[in-house]
Design a protein around this ligand. Sequence first.
Ligand code: HEC
Length: 132
Amino acid sequence: MFFNSLWWTACNKPNKPEVNHHQRRIEYIRKIPGESNPIPIKTAQQGEVLIAYSDCYTCHKEDKDSVGPAFKAIAERYPAQPVYIDLLAQKVISGGKGSWGNASMSAHPKVSMAEARLMVSYILSLKGDSIK
Ligand code: HEC
């Protein structure tokens, strides 16, 4: 009985702030303009295997946003150019937040820069027309 009334008061505060259950993707997430270089199919395949053996799929899905953005959304946002591949590879290794929202990507200190570049190349290959 005591717990019941405690629960009632805790959950029925008159001025409880509205919780936004429909958090939408923030406007500042914009596609970066630029041409994409073709990604060799071997590179994409190696990256796909590395991703499958790492923990990436606990937070990412290919088509849908999860804890992290959908891999296809990442592919749409960044041109497949060395500068962006390096930037994203570094981010996979060091982790962090702020590019897509407030959720954090864990750091992956055991992933080498070369492996991270392959993983990112696979992700960016999901753009559709970029595999050669
Ligand atoms: C603990 C959850 C989690 C794991 C595990 C995870 N990610 Fe992420 N990832 C995120 C989140 C959250 C973001 C968005 C970060 C941000 O907003 O800056 C993200 C963003 C990214 C981005 C885009 C970064 C940017 O700045 O736009 C790439 C690329 C990426 N992840 C690849 C990977 C790869 C590859 C792995 C596996 C090695 C991985 N992630 C594992 C949660 C995760």
